[in-house]
Structure formats: structure tokens, C-alpha cells
Write a protein that binds this ligand. Structure first.
Ligand SMILES: CC(C)(COP(=O)(O)OP(=O)(O)OC[C@H]1O[C@@H](n2cnc3c(N)ncnc32)[C@H](O)[C@@H]1OP(=O)(O)O)[C@@H](O)C(=O)NCCC(=O)NCCS
Length: 318
């Protein structure tokens, strides 16, 4: 077992950490549409002086931890968030794997989160990422949600019969709709999920900090209220990131009784993403929406990757 030294990220680690990012995420099975280039861009952006100032100003939590072995950067992890924290960008140089570097970094994030007063930390792992899933399981993470991306090529060839009588209109969400959004969300998202992940309202109504980060990362997004004959029937958030050929719809805030309106929403989302040059449209579907899954299968949408949403409880009550 090599001697592992943990320390905070320093500016002169940037190139080594970006190199690590290429080594760790060049396997397409670990990318889910992102690229190592986009990952490196994000790292550069997050570690820039401007972002550090913004992070402090908005009291956002950004812990970046480096593991050194023999004086080399062997691993890296981030802990990010504000009212809750998420562990992400965990990566270990292939030549130092299976020596405990990953586990040491993850345990350090637990300690930091705990000492900062957070009752839990979250992470997301692709089900195909066996090393990471096993590592998280070994260190006590529990699965609280799973979701699958279903996808289809763009431009969309949605059979016209599904649209008959089911066309809806979309418009940007309005400030005054936040409580209606929260009420819809509570009927569609489990209480555990809401407790751990928090409301998706932060995507529909992003904070100033979020808007600045999204702008800097060239994230493209729209937050829609969906209307049928002037009545609001649901909400939908769409986004895509730099270099990602896929446009994503987050879990639809559309009750099962209104799923007949989904094809119309998909057509409008497909048009928007096609204009942005995206090749694939995908939709996030939690495992507890069987009717939504049935509908997507009947429209020939295919499941692509599945994600595990994990929580590590850090307070003594669990
Ligand atoms: C996942 C990753 C960080 C693990 O780092 P690591 O330093 O090799 O992990 P550790 O040596 O600390 O392993 C701790 C435990 O994790 C599990 N584990 C790690 N690698 C594993 C593998 N290839 N297969 C099965 N289990 C594995 C084992 O339970 C292991 O304990 P053990 O060695 O006593 O059996 C590393 O494989 C990596 O960088 N992968 C690419 C990037 C990535 O997927 N990041 C996570 C994104 S969510």
C-alpha cells in the first residue's frame, strides 16, 4: 500500500488534474455524452480566479482534494453545493488504482462534509461503472433513486397520430408559478428523493450564482410551463452542455393523466435541440414512472444509460 498524501488543490495542479481527467474518462462507457475535453474545460472554468471569487461571494461550497503518491498527482475529487453537497469528479490515475487512493479520497469528502455540518452527501454513478459503484457501496453509500435516459435520434420522427388532439403550447415559467410547480412535484417525486436531492425548482428558477456558472459553462437551457387550451398541465426543463451532442429533458413534471401531451412536448424540444445542432434527444425517466416508460417504448424510444443516485448518511440519526 503506497503512502497517500491528501491536500487541497493548488493552482499549479491544474494541468496534472486535467491530464488525470483524460486518463480517467476516455472510456466512452464512463462519459454519458460528455467528453474528456468538456470535463477539462469545466475544471479550468471552476478553478479560474473569477469562479473562485464568485464561489466565495455566493457562499457556494467547492472543496477540491488532491491525492499525492510519490510526489505525483494520483487522484482527485470534488465536493460541491450549498444547502446540500455532492461528491463528483472522483478519478484515480490508472497506474495507482486498487491501492486505496479512491477510498481515501471519498472518506476525506465524508469527513469534510460532516465537519461542515452536512447530514449527508450524495453522488451519482452509472450502473455500468462497476469500479465506482463497488467503491461507493463498500463505503456505505445507499441507492435512493435510479433513473434511465431514453433516447432517439434527431430530427424526431414522432408518428403524427400521437399528436392528434394532443398538441400543447409551451412558454417560459413565470415567477408566480413556483408554488404550483412545488405542488406538482410533490405528487410526482418521492419524499426521500425530495429530501436528499432537493426540489428541481432550482433548475426552473436558477439562482444568480447558477446563472453565472451556466453562462460560463455555455449551458443551454429552457424552463417551460406546458399549456393545453390555456390551462397549465405541467412543467418541463430542457438542457444541454458544451460539446455534448445530446439534448436532455429532465424528468417530466407531467402527471400520468397528461402523458398524452408528451409527444407534442418532445416535438418542440426536438426542434429546439435540432436548431442547436444536437443529434440526439433524451429524456430522464425515474424507475417509478412505469406508464411513462411504457409510452416511450410504444413510441420506439430506446433506453441508453442508467444512473444510480446515492446518499451517504453522515448524521447519527441514520
Ligand atoms: C472508481 C475509481 C476512482 C476507484 O479508484 P481506486 O483508487 O482504484 O479505488 P480503491 O483502490 O480505493 O478501491 C476501493 C474499493 O473499491 C472497489 N473497486 C475499486 N476498483 C474496482 C474494480 N476495478 N472492480 C471492482 N471493485 C473495485 C473495491 O471494493 C475496492 O476495495 P478492494 O480493493 O479492497 O477490493 C477509479 O477506478 C477511477 O478513477 N475510475 C475512472 C473514473 C471514474 O469512474 N470515476 C467515478 C465517477 S462516478
Amino acid at each position: 500500500m503506497p503512502k497517500i498524501l491528501l491536500r487541497n488543490f493548488r493552482n499549479n495542479d491544474l494541468e496534472a488534474v486535467c491530464r488525470l481527467n483524460y486518463l480517467a474518462f476516455s472510456d466512452p462507457n464512463l462519459q454519458d455524452g460528455g467528453t474528456p475535453e468538456a470535463g477539462a474545460y469545466r475544471l479550468r472554468s471552476l478553478t479560474s480566479m473569477r469562479m473562485r471569487v464568485l464561489t466565495r461571494l455566493f457562499r457556494y461550497r467547492l472543496e477540491m482534494i488532491v491525492a499525492e503518491v510519490d510526489g505525483n498527482v494520483a487522484g482527485f475529487v470534488m465536493l460541491t453545493g450549498r444547502d446540500r453537497v455532492n461528491m463528483n469528479t472522483l478519478m484515480v490515475d490508472p497506474q495507482y488504482r486498487r491501492c486505496g487512493v479512491g477510498a481515501t479520497l471519498v472518506q476525506e469528502t465524508f469527513q469534510r462534509a460532516q465537519s461542515l455540518g452536512y447530514p449527508f452527501a450524495t453522488a451519482e454513478v452509472l450502473t455500468t461503472n462497476l469500479p465506482s459503484a463497488k467503491l461507493c457501496e463498500k463505503l456505505g453509500f445507499e441507492v435512493f433513486d435510479t433513473f434511465t435516459f431514453y433516447e432517439t435520434p434527431l430530427p424526431l420522427s414522432q408518428p403524427a397520430e400521437y399528436l392528434l388532439g394532443n398538441r400543447v403550447a409551451v412558454r417560459p415559467v413565470r415567477e408566480g408559478e413556483q408554488s404550483a410547480f412545488a405542488a406538482t412535484e410533490q405528487t410526482l417525486v418521492s419524499a426521500v428523493d425530495l429530501h436528499v436531492r432537493g426540489s428541481a425548482i432550482r433548475f426552473y428558477y436558477p439562482s444568480l450564482y447558477r446563472q453565472l456558472v451556466d453562462h460560463r459553462e455555455h449551458k443551454q437551457y429552457q424552463a417551460w410551463a406546458v399549456e393545453k387550451d390555456g390551462q397549465r398541465v405541467g412543467f418541463q426543463y430542457l438542457h444541454s452542455s458544451l460539446g455534448n451532442p445530446k439534448g436532455t429533458l429532465t424528468r417530466p413534471m407531467l402527471p400520468d393523466a397528461h402523458l398524452n401531451f408528451l409527444p407534442s412536448i418532445l416535438v418542440m424540444a426536438g426542434d429546439w435541440f435540432s436548431e442547436l445542432g444536437k443529434h440526439t434527444l433524451r429524456i430522464e425517466v425515474p424507475a417509478d414512472r412505469p406508464h411513462l416508460i411504457e409510452n416511450l417504448f410504444s413510441w420506439n424510444w430506446q433506453p441508453s444509460v442508467e444512473w444510480l443516485c446515492l446518499v451517504k448518511w453522515l448524521d447519527s440519526g441514520h
